[in-house]
Design a protein around this ligand. Structure first.
Ligand code: 7TS
Length: 407
C-alpha cells in the first residue's frame, strides 16, 4: 500500500497551515476522514434522508436498510456473533457510561469490587468512581510497572472473588501500552467478574475480535477510525445485554407504553432511545469499508512502521523524554525539558505540525508520570516518514526558541 496514494483519499491533508504544509499528528484525538466517508454522508442527506424504523415510505425503508446494514458491518468488523449485539452510541464515553449506569448500578453491591488501571482515560475511570460511590463498592487499581505496562501477576492479585467488573483500556491513549485483554478476560471470568474493554484506541488500528478476546463489553468511537463524530459502538455478549437496563428512555425503544409503566423493545433497539444517529452510522459503515479495503493487518503494519520510525527519530532528539513502553500503539507522548507542552505545541503549529498537548483526559496518569501535561504525536496510515522528519525539525526549532529554558 502506498501512503502517498492513501493520502489522496483525505482531502483535508492537502492544505497549508500557517503557510506550511499540514502535518496532522493528532489522529488519537480524532482521525481524518476519507472522501468515501464524506460522500456517503452527503449521499444520505441528498438522496434518502429519512427517519428509520417508522414510516412505510420508500425513503424511510432506504434509510432503515442503510442503518441496519451499518450494524451488520460493525458486527462483522469485530466478529460479533450477531448484529443484535451491536448498539449504536455517541461514542466510547457514552458506551462506558451505559455499562456503568445500566449494568453495574444494578449488579454491583456494597462489598463488591470494581478493578481498573491508573492508565484509564477519564471516560473509563469516572463512571466507575460514580458507581463505587453510589453502591459503596470498592474501586481498586492494578499498579503500573515503571514502563507503564501491567503484569498478569498484578491483575491476578487485584481481581478476587469479590470483583464484579474488570475494566481496562485495550491501548492507552497516553502511554501507548497494549494491554493483555484476552488474558485479563480469562482472569476476570475465573473470578466470576465481567471484562469491560475500552477499545477507543485499538479498534481503529488493529484487528479486534470480540470472540477471541472473550470480553463481555467493548466500547469504541467512530471518529477515531475514519468515521464521523457523534457515532460509536457498544458491543456486549448476549448474557450481559439481557441484564443491561436502558438508560435513554423515550421514543423508538419501547414495545408498549401505559400511563404508569412501559415495556421495552428487543435488544439492541431498547438501548437506542430517540431518533438514532443515522448519518453517523452511514458514515461509520463507509469508514469500515475503507479500512477493510486496506485490511486491518495492513493498517496495523502501516501505522506501526511510522510509529517505529518516530520512536527512532524522536528518541535521538536531546532533551526530549518519551513516556511509555517500547512495544506500543500508534502514538508517542513526550516532553521537551523545562518547556510546557502547550508552548511546544504552539511552536510546532507555526510549522504546520498538529500535535496534542495537555493531560489527555488522564490526570491520574499525569500525576503518576510526575508531569503536569505532555505533548503527543499520534499516527495513522496517511502519515509518512516525511511527517516525522518535519516534526523532528520543528522540535529542533522549538529547542532553539526555548533554549534558555532547556539549558
Ligand atoms: N478512551 C480512550 C482510550 C480514549 O483515547 C478516548 C478519547 C476515549 C475513551 C473517549 O472517546 P470519545 O470518543 O467518547 O471522546 N481520547 C482522546 C484523546 O486521547 N485525545 O482526544 C480524545
Amino acid at each position: 500500500m502506498d501512503r502517498h496514494l492513501i493520502r489522496k483519499d483525505f482531502p483535508i491533508l492537502d492544505q497549508k497551515v500557517n503557510g506550511k504544509p499540514l502535518v496532522y499528528l493528532d489522529s488519537a484525538a480524532t482521525s481524518q476522514k476519507p472522501l468515501s466517508v464524506i460522500e456517503a454522508i452527503e449521499k444520505y442527506y441528498r438522496e434518502y434522508n429519512s427517519n428509520v424504523h417508522r414510516g412505510v415510505h420508500t425513503l424511510g425503508s432506504k434509510a432503515t436498510d442503510a442503518y441496519e446494514n451499518a450494524r451488520e458491518k460493525v458486527a462483522k468488523f469485530i466478529n460479533a456473533p450477531s448484529p443484535a449485539q451491536i448498539i449504536f452510541t455517541r461514542g466510547t464515553t457514552e458506551g462506558l457510561n451505559m455499562i456503568a449506569h445500566g449494568y453495574a448500578r444494578f449488579q454491583v453491591r456494597e462489598g463488591d469490587e470494581i478493578v481498573i488501571t491508573p492508565m484509564e482515560h477519564h471516560s473509563n475511570m469516572i463512571p466507575w468512581q460514580q458507581i463505587a460511590i453510589a453502591t459503596k463498592a470498592t474501586l481498586k487499581y492494578i499498579p503500573l510497572q515503571p514502563d507503564g505496562t501491567i503484569t498478569l501477576d498484578d491483575i491476578r492479585a487485584a481481581v478476587t472473588s469479590h470483583t464484579k467488573i474488570l475494566a481496562m483500556t485495550h491501548v492507552s491513549n497516553v502511554l501507548g501500552t497494549i494491554n493483555p485483554i484476552k488474558e485479563a478476560a480469562k482472569i476476570a471470568h475465573e473470578n466470576g467478574a465481567i471484562m469491560v474493554v475500552d477499545g477507543a484506541q485499538s479498534v481503529p488500528h488493529m484487528p479486534v475480535d470480540v470472540q477471541d478476546l472473550d470480553c463481555d463489553f467493548l466500547a469504541f468511537s467512530g471518529h477515531k477510525m475514519m468515521g464521523p463524530t457523534g457515532i460509536g459502538v457498544l458491543y456486549g455478549k448476549r448474557e450481559v445485554l439481557e441484564k443491561l437496563e436502558p438508560v435513554h428512555f423515550g421514543g423508538e425503544m419501547i414495545e408498549t407504553v401505559e400511563l404508569y409503566q412501559s415495556t421495552w423493545k428487543e435488544i439492541p433497539y431498547r438501548f437506542e432511545g430517540g431518533t438514532p444517529i443515522i448519518a453517523g452510522a452511514v458514515g461509520l459503515a463507509a469508514a469500515i469499508d475503507y479500512l477493510s479495503g486496506i485490511g486491518m493487518d495492513n493498517v496495523r503494519k502501516m501505522s506501526h512502521e511510522i510509529t517505529e520510525y518516530g520512536m527512532e527519530r524522536l528518541g535521538k532528539v536531546e532533551d526530549v523524554t518519551i513516556y511509555g513502553p517500547k512495544v506500543r500503539g500508534e502514538l508517542i507522548t513526550f516532553n521537551l525539558a523545562n518547556v510546557h507542552p502547550h508552548d511546544v505545541a504552539t511552536v510546532l503549529d507555526t510549522e504546520g505540525v498538529a500535535v496534542r498537548a495537555g493531560h489527555h483526559c488522564a490526570q491520574p496518569l499525569m500525576r503518576w508520570l510526575d508531569v503536569v501535561a505532555t505533548a503527543r504525536a499520534s499516527f495513522y496510515i496517511y502519515n509518512t516518514e516525511q511527517d516525522v522528519d518535519v516534526l523532528v525539525s520543528a522540535l529542533e526549532k522549538a529547542k532553539e526558541f526555548f533554549g534558555h529554558a532547556i539549558r
